[in-house]
Design a protein around this ligand. Structure first.
Ligand code: SF4
Length: 191
């Protein structure tokens, strides 16, 4: 599912404050093999869609000086293991913290020789399938209460994952309105 040094992305939010601690660039990977019922991001599931970009393009095109880290979501980042490893390595080289949302359980990733190397570069892994009937009721940054926040380094703690709100609306320069966070909001093109 990897495309030779490229990463297949659905979209990027240059700065968000509801997808992990502080100000973060959010990269939504395109493609997901997990199939959680009620998923918030069904448009990210198809592997044949999205945009292939080089990893350095992601970091060069956005104001990484304005963020303390990157959050990788999707889609399923671990379905592009080589690209994920490269994105995480680039973030680490830039001293950006790393948060990854995945539908896999940590133990599954630890026992997968292709996917496990990325774990060395993750500060916080939010792991587990989205469960529609277990929606997170608080401002903790996860979709459902079964998902586990694994603090793989000492950079963050649970307190850092209580967000200032559950949802954020982003308006891009070309007028695309995007809702992000852990509640659904209706969005539309306004320009
Ligand atoms: S892993 Fe994430 S993107 Fe994939 S179906 Fe589950 S919630 Fe949706």
């Amino acid at each position: 599912m990897d495309a030779g040094g490229l990463v297949n992305i659905h979209s990027i939010i240059p700065v968000s404050r509801v997808n992990g601690p502080g100000a973060r660039m959010v990269v939504f990977f395109q493609g997901c093999s997990r199939g959680c019922a009620g998923c918030f991001n069904p448009a990210t599931h198809a592997f044949g869609a999205g945009e292939l970009v080089r990893v350095d393009e992601i970091f060069d095109a956005h104001a990484c000086g304005a963020v303390e880290g990157v959050t990788l979501s999707g889609g399923e980042p671990f379905d592009q293991p080589a690209a994920l490893l490269e994105v995480l390595g680039r973030a680490r080289a830039l001293k950006l913290s790393t948060v990854v949302y995945t539908g896999f359980e940590l133990v599954e990733l630890e026992h997968d020789p292709v996917r496990a190397p990325s774990l060395e570069l993750v500060d916080v892994l939010v792991a587990g399938a989205y469960e529609e009937g277990l929606a997170e009721p608080t401002r903790l940054a996860r979709g459902s209460t079964n998902q586990i926040l694994h603090f793989l380094t000492e950079r963050y703690s649970l307190d850092d994952f209580y967000m200032p709100g559950r949802v954020e609306v982003v308006i891009s320069e070309d007028g695309i309105v995007t809702g992000t966070g852990f509640s659904r909001v209706p969005v539309q093109r306004v320009l």
